[in-house]
Design a binder for this molecule. Structure first.
Ligand code: RP5
Length: 167
């Protein structure tokens, strides 16, 4: 099956922040490709990965990296596919990663998410929302996902209330 989402990690050590999102893709049967390639350690390979994603039918790219994180910018410079950037926690708690991604000079857009796990999961969810623009099955899945989330919050509220009432 043709991959619809391309994920590029600056290092295999970045994988944990996308684990939850990748589980979601697998559970929902969304075909994706994942590659490790560094903007600075393997610049030519990074360009080849981006070109490969586009050629294989990928519609949206997620790029995760940490530190002086120019991966998403380099990826975006080589494609017109939307690029979603996830800042990985670093020696500076990911603030360096975040600023490297979010402060793209005008002309090459990168949509930047929050640092770490929640950013990784939200990037996958936004990628799915982009695909859902012309895929009714994914749209339905996303609606169900939100419904389940609402139930979880309501259950937490009930359980907290019980705890308080119980003394
Ligand atoms: C970045 O350097 C990677 O994205 C990673 O977050 C960080 C450390 O990489 P490793 O030294 O763990 O390979 O390029």
């Amino acid at each position: 099956m043709k991959p619809r989402i391309g994920i590029i990690l600056g290092s295999d050590s970045d994988f944990p922040i996308l684990e939850k999102g990748i589980r979601l893709l697998r559970d929902w049967g969304i075909p994706f490709r994942i590659e490790v390639s560094s903007a600075h350690r393997t610049p030519e390979r990074t360009v080849r990965v981006v070109q490969g994603f586009a050629a294989s039918g990928v519609r949206v790219i997620i790029a995760a990296a940490g530190g002086a994180a120019h991966l998403a910018g380099i990826v975006a410079a080589h494609t017109l596919l939307p690029v979603l950037a996830v800042p990985v926690p670093s020696a500076l708690s990911g603030l360096d990663s975040l600023l490297s991604m979010v402060q793209m000079p005008s002309g090459i857009p990168v949509a930047t998410f929050g640092i770490g796990d929640s950013g990784g999961t939200n990037a996958v969810l936004l990628a799915l929302e982009i695909l859902a623009l012309d895929d009714a099955a994914i749209r339905k899945r996303l609606q169900e996902f939100r419904r389940q989330q609402e139930e979880t919050v309501a259950a937490k509220s009930r359980s907290l209330q019980q705890k308080i009432d119980g003394g």
